[in-house]
Design a protein around this ligand. Structure first.
Ligand code: C2E
Ligand code: MG
Ligand code: MG
Length: 758
């Protein structure tokens, strides 16, 4: 469709200039007291023509030239209003020219009044950016609050006095009341307009000024008439102000004509007129208090209704605001999904009740793969775009009643509280995997991520502890990550140990293990005669882990054999290095812990021999530490293996001696060379006579078997002193040194040597 061309700016300026002069002319007339009253009235009517006529013509132009249908519709109503007003002025002028005595209401009055509803609808239809339902509701309540406040003021100032005019004609009263009521609607429309437009543009500002001036003039005119019985001669201030209002309408049309004809696109976040409802409340209640001082309640009529309405509206508004702030507290601002807090709530809520028979519930944890590289390479905006796209995809997959949320970073979760069964959960997980594989368009880039999804189901047989459920989903998710990503996995108990086992195996393969060394000293002179190798795990996320955190699992899963080999090789390698660099390290013994699993392993002796060969560490400097549980029931193979090792020169120590309450017979069958008395005996040696007596007995026992004896866990000088007293040869503990890195130990040897030389 071809649209009308715009009028030239010069033409527009000229029109506005003429109209402006027509507005000012009656003022001049009234100041100079020109002519008789009817003449002045006719002149005044005449001067309306250059204002209203161009408004109506340009309004028509606007309707024809607008491409945006919403805007056209709004201007169609406004234009209808302008046309009616133009006709009203013409009719009024004709009446004046025929010099009929003015009576109220005339045809022109009816026409003016009839134009108002069109104006109201036109303003209500002024297009604004799209809004969510909640916002529209809030807007409506805000506007109603303003209008209710104004309604009370109008009741008090106009309508109530009008109703009380004695003997007045019903038609007169109806017409007189219609204008204030329609003005009220106009005000309502204006307030919604202001509330809908966060940044008040030129057009909206002009339109507001026009409507406000018009409403104020109407109101003050009626109040003047009914409250104060004032009469208004031609060209007096209400007429001048009405002209000015019409002029503002013309300016609005002109301004709109020069505006780009494009609907707004940005969604408004906050608007600067949020205080309006509160202003109205203050005004209304202020008025009520003021009036209530000296009037009976009955006379207040509409004001009481207004106050009740207003209070209800304020409460509604407050509730909406509250819901909104709650909404804000539980949503993730970037994606609009639920945040961590709401997800936790939903999971807790879900697990509180057991699932109905035949139904199940599920938690899905989703971690994006390859997200970090996108963030690093293309910046946070690209990352944000991906996260938003993920949220859209998730929303498309889940159903009402389910909750999708973002836990933070690139971690998401879905809570499915009502599923027909496991297959349904798997179906949703698979659909999410597929949906999240779709690449995201960002500028001219195609960014692709994948998702690893862990599923934890809750049915009659599984946990109903929310934390545990999440932990299970986490375990399942890591299982996916390990097995190649971009897929989902449902938690099962085996996964737990398997997950940790896999992690442990990787730790060995990825060199995440480290060996620390703790010196063993000769108690008589404090000379360090041995070091014990103690393994640690430098975990990528949990930091440095002590053996207590992983040795048991390593034993259970068998990882301990690989781990033990690694520790032996690594400690022999380092110790061989010390032997090369420090002469006093030549006599140093290296103690390495061996687990039960390792000892039962066929071919252990060959493995050890191989490692000694490879690292160049002498067999007769190596001590194998075995715990009592290993040596308790040695089978023939173990005895043979140990004997073979002993024949190679390797020494064998019994670790944690005394804790197994074992028969001592093994000390004769196995080629043991050393006993390490467990720390638990040493701890109380200086305070508890029993502990002293037992330790002493253990020391004597070791001597009876001609074994070297080492006391573990010496923490004080007193403990050391007692052990020396009872003839214990060697000791190890924090009192002498804590376990340290290999390089720290080498340095320690170097300084000790310097000390000797000095
Ligand atoms: P263990 O072989 O009896 O090692 C002595 C433990 O006592 C070490 O703990 C050491 O740090 C700690 N300790 C030493 N002096 C003191 C002291 O004065 N006070 C106290 N409170 N503790 C002291 P760590 O390093 O945590 O090792 C714990 C156990 O883990 C070891 O006990 C050993 O059974 C096992 N382990 C360590 N490394 C390995 C290994 O490579 N393979 C195997 N199979 N087990 C290992
Ligand atoms: Mg040990
Ligand atoms: Mg020990």
């Amino acid at each position: 469709m071809e649209h009308a061309r715009l009028p030239s700016p010069r033409w527009l300026n000229a029109t506005v200039g003429v109209a402006g002069a027509a507005v000012v002319a009656p003022l001049v007339v009234s100041l100079t007291d020109w002519g008789s009253e009817p003449q002045a009235r006719t002149f005044q009517e005449l001067m309306h023509i250059p204002v209203i006529l161009p408004t109506a013509i340009l309004g028509l132009w606007l309707v024809l030239s607008r491409r945006d249908p919403a805007e056209r519709r709004s201007w169609m109503f406004l234009e209808t209003g302008f046309l009616i007003i133009a006709v009203a002025h013409a009719v009024s002028l004709a009446g004046d020219l025929r010099s009929r005595t003015p009576s109220f209401p005339t045809l022109a009055d009816y026409l003016y009044t009839a134009s108002l509803p069109f104006m109201v609808i036109g303003i209500l239809l002024v297009p604004a950016a799209g809004r969510r339902r909640a916002d529209r509701l809030k807007l409506l309540v805000d506007a109603l609050i303003v209008v209710a406040g104004a309604c009370m003021a109008l009741w008090y100032l106009e309508i109530a006095p009008l109703l009380q005019i004695p003997g007045a004609d019903v038609q007169v009263i109806a017409m007189s009341a219609a204008v204030p009521v329609l003005d009220l609607l106009l005000l309502f429309a204006l307030v919604t307009l202001l509330l809908r437009h966060p940044d008040i543009s030129g057009v909206v500002r002009l339109m507001s000024a026009w409507i406000l001036l018009k409403v104020l003039t109407d109101t003050s005119y009626v109040i003047g008439l009914v409250q104060f019985g004032a009469s208004f001669p031609a060209n007096s201030w209400p007429f001048l102000l009405w002209s000015a209002a019409d002029f503002l309408a013309l300016l609005t049309v002109c301004h709109q004509l020069q505006q780009d004809d494009r609907p707004p696109v940005q969604y408004p976040k906050t608007h600067s007129f949020t205080w309006l409802p509160y202003g109205a409340i203050a005004l209304a209640y202020g008025l009520l208090v003021f009036v209530g001082r000296n009037q009976s309640l009955y006379a207040l009529g509409g004001m009481i209704v207004g106050a009740i309405l207003l209070t209800g509206l304020v409460i509604a508004r407050q509730m909406i605001a509250q819901r909104e702030s709650h909404q804000l507290a539980v949503t993730d601002s970037l994606t609009g999904l639920s945040n961590r807090a709401r997800l936790s709530d939903r999971i807790a809520e879900m697990t509180r009740q057991p699932p109905r028979a035949g139904r199940c519930k599920a938690v899905l944890l989703i971690d994006l793969d390859h997200f970090k590289p996108i963030n690093d390479a293309y910046g946070h905006e690209a990352g944000d775009a991906v996260l938003k796209a993920v949220a859209v995809a998730m929303r498309a997959v889940i159903r009402a009643g389910d909750t999708a949320g973002r836990l933070g970073g690139d971690e998401f979760a879905v809570v499915l509280p009502n599923l027909p069964g496991r297959a349904a959960a798997e179906g949703i997980a698979q659909r999410l995997v597929d949906a999240l594989r779709t690449p995201v368009v960002f500028g001219d880039l195609l960014l692709s991520v994948e998702a690893s999804i862990g599923v934890a189901l809750q049915d009659e047989t599984t946990t109903n502890d929310p934390e545990l459920l999440i932990a299970h989903a986490d375990v399942a998710m890591y299982a996916v990550k390990r097995s190649g990503r971009g897929s989902y996995c449902v938690y099962s108990p085996e996964l737990d140990t398997r997950a940790r086992e896999g992690e442990l195996r990787q730790a060995v393969a990825n060199d995440e293990l480290v060996v620390h060394f703790q010196p063993v000293v000769r108690l008589s002179d404090g000379v360090e005669t041995a070091v014990e190798a103690l393994v640690r795990w430098n975990h990528p996320t949990r930091g440095l882990l002590m053996p207590g955190a992983f040795i048991e699992l390593a034993e259970e899963t068998g990882v301990v054999t690989e781990m033990g080999e690694w520790v032996l090789r690594e400690s022999c390698r380092q110790a061989a290095g010390w032997r090369r660099d420090h002469p006093q390290a030549e006599s140093l013994l290296l103690s390495v812990n061996f687990s039960a699993r390792q000892v039962t392993q066929a071919g252990l002796e060959t493995t050890i021999a191989g490692i000694l060969e490879e690292t160049g560490f002498p067999a007769d400097r190596l001590v194998m530490e075995l715990t009592e549980s290993v040596v308790l029931h040695p089978d023939e193979a173990i005895v043979a293996r140990m004997t073979a090792l002993r024949d190679m020169g390797v020494r064998i120590a019994v670790d944690d001696f005394g804790t197994g309450y074992a028969a001592l017979s093994y000390l004769r069958t196995l080629p043991v060379t050393t006993l390490k008395i467990d720390r638990s005996f040493v701890t109380d040696i200086h305070t508890d006579p029993d502990a002293y007596a037992i330790t002493e007995a253990l020391v004597h026992l070791a001597k009876a078997f001609r074994l070297r004896v080492v006391a573990e866990g010496i923490e004080t000088a007193e403990q050391a002193q007692r052990l020396i007293e009872m003839g214990c040869g060697y000791g190890q503990g924090y009192y002498y040194a804590r376990p340290m890195t290999g390089s720290a130990f080498a340095e320690r040897m170097a300084t000790a040597l310097e000390g000797l030389r000095g």
